[in-house]
Design a binder for this molecule. Sequence first.
Ligand code: SF4
Ligand code: SF4
Length: 460
Amino acid sequence: MQVVDDLYVEQMTEDEFVIYSPLRGKSLLVNKSAAQAVRYLKSTPDLRIQDISSPKLVDFIASLKRQGLLDDEVILEPPPPSKTYQPTGVTLFPTFNCNLRCVYCYANSGDIDKTYMDWDIAKASIDFIVKNALQTEASRITVEFLGGGEPTLGWTLLKRAVEYARARTVENDLGLITQIVTNGVLGKKQREWIVANISHVQVSIDGPPNVQNAQRPMIQGRPSSDYVVETIKYFEEQSYNYGIHAVITRETSTQLIQLVDYFSELCPSISRMTFEPLFTCGRCAYSGVEAPDAAEFSREYVVAWKHAAQRGIKLTCSMARLSRLNATFCGASGSNMTVTPYGDLTSCVEVSTRYDKRAPFFMYGHYDQETASFVIDHDRLNKQADRNLYNLPTCHDCAVKWHCGGDCLARAMAENKLFDPASTERCFMTRKMTIRQVYEILKNDDLAEKTDTTILAIPC
Ligand code: SF4
Ligand code: SF4
């Protein structure tokens, strides 16, 4: 039997099984005997149709073919990442300082290191991506500002970098996308400037005031909710293009529907929101805040995802990405360019200091003051690019591998499982959530459309 590789069987209930072909974008809900037949086909890939004696099996194969779940075409798999490093986008960390003290902050921002980026590092970063864009004939560049700390605390540099990027793109006939990920504690002038100058902002907010103030307090525990809400209300008034991102803790993992409702009321214009489960690191060590229970989060997330869809909102999480097919989880596999306040280059936004034990893998260069340019370790970039699904044997038989891409490199490495992510809790959640979404789409005709998911569900 030709090409049964991209065909997976997952049990959902006692007698309900999902047959799923992610690369064909097709799925089917079947009973136990049909599931067994597919498993048999998978275990005998050399089987020829003329050698099959059971007419029922022949009919079943014909019906799989009719439904597009089986064919004789070789299906193209997503390619491994390119080893050509010419980024046309950069993420700048203007500072490690922060005005909040989030109880789970991975970077312990603002506690010890309050370094700010020097202008020459930001300038060299923008010059580098403009040069790459011209060499690769890209139509635009992207400049993003993110943490380490709160990027808007490096306000002077941030504004100057946007103005400089604008000037360089105008001069070279390139487009410019600018983005900020912020905690939303902004002054009036900052909000106005952002609306006038930044393409898109993502605001981090964890929920209503009791949740936000407990999880994302300001220095000395002062509440942050009012400031963030004010920022969001301003963005709403201005019909500004922004999104929100919430970190889900053990405590809030049972309140996901309420969170969807709260954010829908607060942010009526947004059509997408992101929930990510807390990963225990950084300040969690002494704040005592806990990650959600994996089974509970997986279950509750899918319920909230369906609920959000009914409200016209696309709820997203990096561990349930049905619309995406890729051999990697993110650009940390050798393509991201993130620049820290010290001018270090890292492919992972979460590994931003040289004393992080993962730095020897993720950090691949630094700014050199003498030459005013970046020194880049291409061997290290190549090693990052090699961390992809083609080199992850424990992911080989996973039904959702092309959606997952082998999971977050930084999280897997934190558990010493960079090349064995299949035994982590995140893997468990990814598998549960993603295949459950396929199942729910099969059971609810309109969910694929409402969730903007491209798989073609074929309920039997
Ligand atoms: S490896 Fe993980 S934490 Fe790092 S950039 Fe990728 S998704 Fe983010
Ligand atoms: S990490 Fe887990 S869910 Fe992701 S591809 Fe590997 S086996 Fe699949």
